[in-house]
Design a protein around this ligand. Structure first.
Ligand code: 13P
Length: 217
């Protein structure tokens, strides 16, 4: 563990393990897909180890990575640690990042989108409040540093983004907040397919602006 904030760090390690198990049990994570991270007070991050199942994480085996991407301790880190770091760098208030390959959101990431600046309609108030605009990040190989740089380009203006043919990344002030936003995103993706070609009535621009005023992110 890092020398500073040991008690807090122990609690955060336990929270990552609990959260991974919860996401796995809910079917939002499968196989060894997905990664979670939290930022510690010294700027380093705790991130899930590469090729680990989120359903069976161990607190002491979580990886710790420095702000400049060095593996400090624990098992070898997620190959996506660099995009987690890019999100933290661009969003100073973010303390947690969730990336999963949940089915409906990934399906949206595989569609052709006329407008890649926002790839899910504002179907519900909670989608607007928790997720906001969801841009599509162009495809790069998982773990590619170019993916991390592409993510950086979107992160400042968006707490959630969708990696093409891959899955969402969601940031939050806490792990719980990031997970709740992630779940909202997956539910909106589900609704999107459930509605299909039926004429939908998403929220109006006025309603979206009203929500943004009342629930600023
Ligand atoms: P890691 O096992 O390296 O975390 O990669 C999983 C993943 O979700 C890639 O995007």
């Amino acid at each position: 563990m890092s020398r500073t904030g040991d008690i807090n760090e122990a609690a955060l390690r336990a929270e990552i393990v609990r959260t991974g198990a919860l996401l796995y049990a809910r079917g939002l994570a499968h196989g060894s897909a997905g990664n979670l991270s939290v930022r510690l007070d010294d700027g380093s991050i705790l991130v899930t180890p590469t090729n680990s199942s989120l359903g069976s994480l161990t607190p002491e085996r979580l990886s710790r990575v420095s702000v400049d991407g060095r593996h400090l301790d624990g098992d070898p880190p997620s190959k996506e640690a660099f995009f987690h770091l890019a999100v933290y760098e661009e969003r100073p208030a973010a303390r947690a990042v969730v990336h999963l390959h949940s089915t409906h959101a990934v399906a949206v990431s595989c569609l052709c989108h006329a407008d890649s600046s926002n790839v899910l309609p504002p179907l519900t108030a909670y989608h607007v409040m928790r997720v906001g605009r969801l841009p599509l990040v162009p495809y790069f190989r998982p773990g590619d540093r170019a993916l991390a740089e592409a993510v950086r380009g979107f992160a400042r203006g968006h707490k959630a983004m969708l990696l093409a043919n891959h899955g969402p990344i969601v940031a939050g002030a806490t792990l719980q907040e990031a997970v709740q936003a992630y779940e909202e995103l997956e539910e909106t993706a589900k609704l999107f397919f459930l509605i299909g070609n039926r004429p939908a009535a998403p929220l109006t621009c006025e309603a979206v602006e009203d929500l943004q005023r009342h629930f600023p992110s």
